[in-house]
Write a protein that binds this ligand. Sequence first.
Ligand code: AMP
Ligand code: ZN
Length: 487
Amino acid sequence: MKKPKLKLYNTLTKKKEIFKPLKNKLVRFYACGPTVYDYPHIGNLRAYVAEDILRRTLELNGYKVKHVMNITDVGHLTSQADEGEDKVELAARKHKKTAWEIAEFFTKVFLDNLKTLNIKMPHIMPKATEHIKEMIELIKKLEKKGYTYRIDDGIYFDTSKLKDYGKLTGMNFKQLNRYLKAGARVPFNPQKRNITDFALWKFSPKDVKRQMEWPSPWGIGFPGWHIECSAMSMKYLGNTFDLHAGGEDHIPIHHTNEIAQSEAATGKPFVKYWFHVAFLLVNGKKMSKSLGNYYTLQDLLDKGYGWREIRYALMSAHYRQQLNFTLRGLESAKRSVERIIEFMRRLRDYSNGKKHKTFHKILTRYKYKFWKEINNDLNMPKALAVLFEFINKVNKLMDQKKISKGDAKKAIKLMLWFDQILGLKLDEILKEERKLPKEAEELIKLREEARKKKDYKTADKIREELRKKFGIILEDTKDGVRWKWEK
Ligand code: AMP
Ligand code: ZN
């Protein structure tokens, strides 16, 4: 079978491109991780599920992925404009804990959420507070090259010094400045030279004592959120790497600034492909902490939904399409997951039928179709449509006894191959204890009655029916009848 080419949409070029890593088969992949000050909501988790599908797709295509995801435990302020409070310090005051305790607690919650949703763990998860030295080094480099300036509350990056600042947004410097001014919720610090300038290092305030602060050549303080990702990604993946991911809100500020400071410092291109996940919405508005319109993973588990259903609901839309979240949508995800699981059980328990002469062709065709869709910029809605087409087709063949047990085993193998992308742990369904079907239970009872009446002819007929229809073998022992599955 010819392998379909992998194509990904690249925010930097605004085009779908054939994916080709910088070095052979290794993909160096950085995803912006969580700020650990609260429970993630399922909007955040949508981004991580989409990145998981991306990683799984790369691996399915034979690439080895080095996946790095940071933990932001300091420096992310309540306002995007480098104003406001540090989210972790604020949460510490609210919960009467230390900032370190808050970060540790919510990092654990985040990791548990990833595990629950069967999201593959990144290989390296660097914490910002453990990389202050690297961040200071990077700022020193920028200072040496003349990109920085000092104002009352910190050291800033002068964005007007970089000729292609803002290239990720498709806007030029002037347009981007106008765009940020229009969207600004707070008036911007008049000491800043441009509204697009951002803090590399912030000084600790004079009136309040911060819990997380460090000495630096410029004064005691803490790093800006953007410099954290530049310092940590380049430390683990090199000055130029393949792939960088995050939510679509990161395009105009966070990622634009990561590119600016990294490329200014190294003089090299920072990242080849940029991958952005569209928002999860509620009634047309972004799901967010500030609007209070959110569910956490636990909220949905408490309502009785299973992790597979939640994962399915988050991954079934295209990652570049905003997705309106509703409980009704989750109900429909639940039905889809049930159909997949029922199909797995049926294949496992299927016992008879004629060998299909061209079944391998059917398998190859669906494998190719699914692969083609997933390789086409991770088109999950279409890939899932192919999956259900396959399920319907094979269900029909089983109804008509047109495939053998061996064919069913091959169909299971293909389902497990699909599951490398779906991540629904379908192998666990196969390991579940098999229950005796209701009808078989009734037949065993009838046979017992026939035997009691010494009607051996009927008893033998029923025994044969059980074997043929359900693959159940009966053994008469002196303690009564026992049953087992035919091998
Ligand atoms: P944060 O912890 O706020 O830095 O967010 C973690 C990730 O979730 C980032 O990549 C955000 O872009 C993403 N994100 C936040 N809200 C949403 C949403 N409603 N839908 C999808 N992604 C989101
Ligand atoms: Zn980041």
